[in-house]
Design a protein around this ligand. Structure first.
Ligand SMILES: [Zn+2]
Length: 146
């Protein structure tokens, strides 16, 4: 756990089940007697500050979604640049309509789902695909690793 992580409280009576963000770690607690005490974490829950023993907080699963893609730029007969984004056929539970909407949120346009055969052809033409990653609503693109 580190500062900025989202955690869930599990201490009866003390915002049990509430989710907060770690503001500071290694905070002294006066509820027990280690010396010097650094067992506490300072958590912010909806604007309220809480200091609590680290044993009473646990990491909250964050959203993590990813998808490989290949971008290709073509020039049509009129000289217009046409950018296309290709994605492979979905293989996991994160596929279909949900993935389609998710990709559109990032690329701001429709992506083409390719057959496994065409995907291979694209890799031969354009190199290894890049990966679009979303973690807790933040998008980033991982470059291909040769
Ligand atoms: Zn302590």
């Amino acid at each position: 756990m580190k500062v900025g992580d989202k955690v869930k409280m599990s201490h009866p009576g003390k915002r049990d089940g509430a989710v907060g963000t770690i503001v500071k770690l290694g905070v002294p607690l006066d509820s027990h007697s280690c010396n010097p005490c650094k067992c506490g974490a300072q958590i912010n829950i909806e604007g309220e500050d809480w200091s609590i023993h680290k044993n009473f907080i646990s990491p909250v699963m964050t959203t993590f979604r990813s998808c490989e893609f290949i971008e290709s730029i073509n020039i049509d007969v009129l000289g217009n640049k046409i950018e296309s984004v290709f994605v492979p056929k979905p293989t996991s539970v994160f596929g279909g309509w949900a993935r389609h909407q998710w990709l559109k949120r990032y690329f701001k346009k429709e992506c083409s789902i390719t057959s496994p055969g065409f995907w291979k052809v694209l890799i031969e033409r354009h190199g290894k695909p890049k990966t679009l990653i979303e973690e807790d609503g933040v998008f980033r693109v991982k470059e291909n690793e040769e």
